[in-house]
Design a protein around this ligand. Structure first.
Ligand code: C2O
Ligand code: CU
Length: 482
């Protein structure tokens, strides 16, 4: 991958910790043991500001916006088929909603302000009610002013277990985030500034794993771990190198994929994406290996390290099956699929790239004008404003569709469609090896990607870049399925 450019803010050094507290980063979990397919589960999520400390020395208490007093919010963990009733109480001073990222809910439960529901005003609540039809790794976050609400800590994991999960010794969630902090540990208040919007988004200077500066990850020789990675960052893309280990990718965005090793041994996770790994602890007692993030040129750092205790679980690799059972997704028929073209453009250096690619994007204003109006990004020539929008595409219900997307810009974009999972069928004109199901596909600068799916979930669905600053400055549209 080339052109891994970031905005100037990234170049600030990561705040160092002389003595990272020995806190195991554990997410409180709301799991009903013995949950079965016919059970219901009720959860209350209370969104409110609150103070706590990051686990590094100089930190003053930081003001977060949190669900149930923690960052991440509680891990909601249920068995596939469970009916979830989630009561969201708004203790913020502004409106909010909650979106269940990647979960195929009925439209009215999708949590998009104005489009699928009235926003939840301060001191009110909304009850989300849907069935967990697909197993996998998902997450929840507000969809109102996401660039600030998610950026201040409102998010949490949503894990839907298979009826018969594959066998592992441990099932572990790593929810990654990236913060822009000042020297005293406070969150920089410059949310939604034009520089972030027109470049790589709000890249921070402090990366956390389950809300903490990562401590060593302690493992035992021979154990098999299912590691669920979730990228909750506004903008940072991770490219993780698990030194000394060979991770196997078994699911992308919750959906099973043919188990395979990551390309170039790098586990790449754009904002909002999830990857489930099988990680066999094939090292030896006493080993200590880095987990290195190599995504951005010149900004390599160690995320955490894998440290072997003196316990031995087994000496050989287990030969247990790793293939996950399919979810009930309809197979798109490529022969009869209707084709739609989507071009993403805008951002810094966007006109140059589009010109190079021979794409005629009419950018109505100068860059300064775009930045001033916060209309910086365009989908098929339109920069979205607010949340009520005419559909940019109309898809016939229950029919197969191919969306051919072109990134005519100089920046990466993780493109997310609500209400559906889609197969990524080609990149730059070449068929993808795994035809993977995703709900968020990372597009490199100048890349073309084709996705295919059956539009089987009726309603108006958001389609947007998940770099939240890009979303807030126009890179968002509505797809109507009817
Ligand atoms: Cu994770 Cu429209 O969002
Ligand atoms: Cu983007």
């Amino acid at each position: 991958m080339k052109n891994r450019r970031v905005s100037k803010f990234t170049r600030r050094s990561v705040i160092s910790s002389s003595a990272a507290a020995a806190i195991g980063a554990i997410i409180p979990n709301l799991w009903m043991p013995n949950a079965n397919a016919s059970s219901d589960m009720e959860v209350t999520l209370h969104a409110a500001p609150g103070q706590s400390k990051f686990n590094f020395d100089s930190a003053e208490p930081t003001t977060f916006w949190r669900f149930n007093g923690s960052v991440p919010g509680p891990e909601i963990r249920v068995r596939q088929g469970t009916r979830l009733r989630i009561i969201v109480e708004n203790g913020l001073a502004e409106e909010t909603t909650v979106h269940w990222h990647g979960v195929r809910t009925p439209n009215a439960m999708d949590g998009v302000p104005h489009l699928t529901q009235k926003p939840i005003s301060p001191d009110s609540q909304f009850v989300y009610d849907f069935r967990a039809i697909d197993a996998g790794t998902y997450w929840y976050h507000p969809h109102q002013r996401s660039f600030e609400q998610v950026g201040r800590g409102l998010y949490g994991p949503l894990i839907i277990e298979e009826a018969n999960p594959i066998r592992v010794d441990r099932d572990v969630t790593w929810m990654l985030d990236d913060w822009r902090l000042n020297q005293s540990g406070g969150i920089e208040e410059d949310f939604g500034n034009s520089h972030d919007m027109s470049h790589s988004g709000r890249i921070g200077n402090f990366v956390t794993l389950n809300g903490k500066k990562p401590d060593a990850f302690s493992v035992r020789k021979g154990e098999r771990i299912r590691l669920r990675l979730i990228n909750a960052a506004n903008a940072r893309i991770f490219g993780l190198d698990f030194q000394g280990h060979d991770p196997l990718i078994i699911a992308l965005d919750g959906q099973p994929v043919t188990p395979h090793s990551p390309e170039n041994n790098l586990v790449v996770l754009g904002p909002a994406m999830r990857i489930d790994l099988i990680l066999d602890m094939s090292g030896n007692v006493g080993d200590d290996n880095g987990v290195i993030d190599r995504f951005y040129d010149g900004l390599t750092y160690q995320l955490t390290n894998i440290k072997y205790s003196d316990v031995i679980v087994r000496n050989d690799r287990p030969n247990w099956p790793v293939q996950l059972p399919d979810n009930p997704l309809k197979e798109p028929d490529l022969k009869t699929a209707k084709r739609h073209e989507v071009i993403f453009s805008g951002g810094m250096m966007g006109n140059m790239v589009a010109r190079d690619m021979g794409i005629n994007v009419t950018s109505p204003r100068s860059m300064m004008g775009m930045m001033h109006s916060k209309k910086i990004w365009f989908i098929n020539g339109v920069a979205a404003e607010g949340h009520i929008m005419d559909p940019m595409l109309n898809l016939d219900l229950n029919r197969s569709h191919v969306i051919a997307m072109t990134n005519a810009s100089a920046w990466y974009h993780p493109i997310h469609l609500h209400g559906h999972s889609f197969r990524v069928i080609s990149r730059n004109g070449e068929k993808t090896k795994h035809q993977e199901w995703q709900d968020t596909v990372l597009m490199a600068p100048r890349e073309t990607v084709e996705i295919a799916f059956v539009a089987d979930n009726p309603g108006d669905w958001m389609f947007h870049c998940h770099i939240l600053e890009h979303q807030a400055s126009g890179m968002m549209g509505v797809i109507r399925v009817a």
